[in-house]
Design a protein. Structure first.
Length: 119
């Protein structure tokens, strides 16, 4: 029960065992002690949950670190791999060389053969 929202404040009493002024009716039937006990139990559960969460975060951090290392290795490997442009230019150079060699061979050997045949 929230006394502030209801706007109903009973006369407060000074309890020497419990400290400062407390609204009347707040400690009826030991309800405050039960609430405190429940909160303490909840805090214990929160501590356990936080410990589990920390362990999971550490596990995730380790996995992310492993992934980062693998990405670094992949980047290093791909730096040394030829790109498509380099491969294509290499193929073009080889083809031009082969065509040039075939043209030269045709000039050197077929030219004299054809000259003798026509004569």
């Amino acid at each position: 029960m929230n006394y502030m929202q209801q706007g109903v404040w009973e006369e407060t009493r000074r309890d020497t065992e419990r400290g400062p002024a407390i609204p009347d009716g707040l400690f009826q039937d030991g309800s405050m002690e039960a609430r405190v006990a429940k909160l303490e139990a909840d805090v214990d559960h929160l501590k356990t949950d936080m410990a589990d969460t920390r362990a999971q975060v550490r596990n995730i951090a380790n996995k992310v670190g492993g992934i980062a290392n693998k990405v670094d290795v992949m980047e290093e490997r791909t730096r040394h791999v030829a790109t498509k442009a380099w491969v294509l230019s290499g193929v073009v150079v080889v083809l031009v060389t082969i065509i040039g060699a075939c043209g030269w061979a045709a000039q050197q050997y077929l030219g004299p053969i054809l000259a003798r045949l026509s004569a």
